[in-house]
Ligand binder design. Structure first.
Ligand SMILES: *Cc1c(COP(=O)(O)O)cnc(C)c1O
Length: 393
């Protein structure tokens, strides 16, 4: 089918919840994609930071295929080896002496973390200590609860009543966090680089201060690594570069390299809070997605691979800055999570133009063209994208 035919049927049969770009993607190889009409694109978005190993990567496709032949799904009432392996890798690589709960998406991982924080506090202090502080401009998901956890007013519409018990502090303003914390607070939840909010890295000193406050008040420090995790920022998890010890780390996006999987990693401080009957999900940790996550972690959780992510990030950032366009006001972010800063409100027009010219990019916040390329992107692919970016900017 052509794009026009597909789009007509989409309009008829699919709910209109996305402002989709006007192309229909068909297949990919490495960090390169082709649409149904055969037009080629360099992918600097990888879904939204999902396809970390690129397209048609045999490491991933073979792992999924082999597991599909063997055993795709069993209920969580049984033990399976791929699930145990993923958990073990996550625990060993994070040095938090923790345990893992598997979910299916980022929002669900955050829901798990929120439930965990509230139960931790309930078990220890009884009722009434339920409040979770998040940051202004954050993004934590689209369920009724994680929408309310998201510190942006525009997400708090239509779906009333929202879950109570969230309050928002200003990022990089420790006083603001301290003022919001009271006797009813049980946790602080934040992204270390605000992704949807505009690719905004938090100040290391602020993060350290929040960590100290959490220790002082026995609040759980929940780090939402749904976008920053799995090598995206140049370390397996971003918190490892901030040198803090979270109580809970949530992840999803890159973890399955393209299949839906999320996870909650709880450190030793709270790894036994969720017990039989308190939390569950039918698909969580099913063997096929865990086979994918094992392939992803075996590739990404490796010093050499992560060093390459940091080098590629520098290369891409310097390449963009050296375009020297007056439309580019800077590049921020970490590793291969970058935001090209343009005039406020112009980011969508630039993303559209890039896509038209053959580079897939997305937007973030008010003024960022967001780049989240596959971590495996080649230098040749980055150069091709830079040539197109030069033309567009
Ligand atoms: C994408 C994202 C989520 C939500 O993940 P879904 O898989 O879409 O539910 C939550 N937190 C952050 C930081 C994200 O980037």
């Amino acid at each position: 089918m052509t794009y026009e035919q597909l789009k007509a049927e989409e309009n008829q049969y699919v709910m209109n919840t996305y402002g989709r770009f006007p192309i229909a993607l068909d297949h990919g190889e490495g960090a390169t994609l082709w649409d149904v009409e055969g037009k080629k694109y360099i992918d600097l978005a990888s879904g939204i930071g999902v396809n970390c190993l690129g397209y048609n990567n045999p490491v991933l496709t073979d792992a999924i295929t082999a597991q599909a032949h063997k055993l795709m799904h069993v209920s969580n009432l049984f033990t399976t080896e791929p699930m145990v392996q993923v958990a073990k890798k996550l625990v060993e690589k994070t040095h938090l002496d923790g345990k893992v709960f598997f979910a299916n998406s980022g929002a669900e991982a955050n829901e798990g973390a929120i439930k965990l924080a509230r139960k931790y506090s309930f078990d220890k202090y009884g009722e009434g200590r339920f409040k979770i502080i998040t940051l202004v401009n954050s993004f934590h998901g689209r369920t009724v609860t994680t929408l309310k956890a998201t510190g942006q007013d525009r997400f708090h519409n239509y779906f009333f009543p929202f879950t109570e018990g969230f309050d928002y502090a200003e990022a990089n303003n420790f006083d603001s966090v301290r003022r919001k914390v009271d006797d009813m607070t049980c946790a602080v939840m934040m992204e270390l680089v605000q992704g949807e909010g505009g690719v905004l890295p938090l100040d290391p000193e602020f993060v350290k201060q929040v960590e100290a406050l959490c220790r002082e008040k026995d609040l759980l420090l929940i780090i939402d690594e749904v976008q920053t995790g799995i090598g995206r920022t140049g370390s397996l998890f971003c918190f490892q570069q901030y040198d803090v010890r979270p109580d809970v780390v949530t992840m999803a996006k890159g973890l399955g390299g393209g299949v839906p999987i999320g996870a909650v990693l709880a450190a030793k401080s709270c790894s036994n809070v969720l017990t039989p009957g308190t939390h569950a999900t039918t698909f969580g940790g099913t063997p096929m997605v865990c086979a994918a996550a094992n392939a992803v972690l075996d590739t990404v959780a490796n010093g050499e691979f992560l060093a390459q992510v940091r080098e590629k990030g520098e290369y891409l950032k310097n390449g963009i800055l050296s375009i020297g366009s007056p439309n580019i006001h800077g590049v921020r972010g970490m590793g291969l999570m970058l935001g090209i800063i343009v005039d406020e409100g112009k980011h969508a027009a630039f993303a559209n133009k890039l896509i038209e010219k053959g580079v897939l990019a997305i937007t973030a916040g008010k003024n960022a063209v967001r780049l989240l390329p596959p971590l495996t992107i080649s230098k040749a692919e980055m150069d091709e994208a830079l040539t197109i970016m030069k033309e567009v900017f």
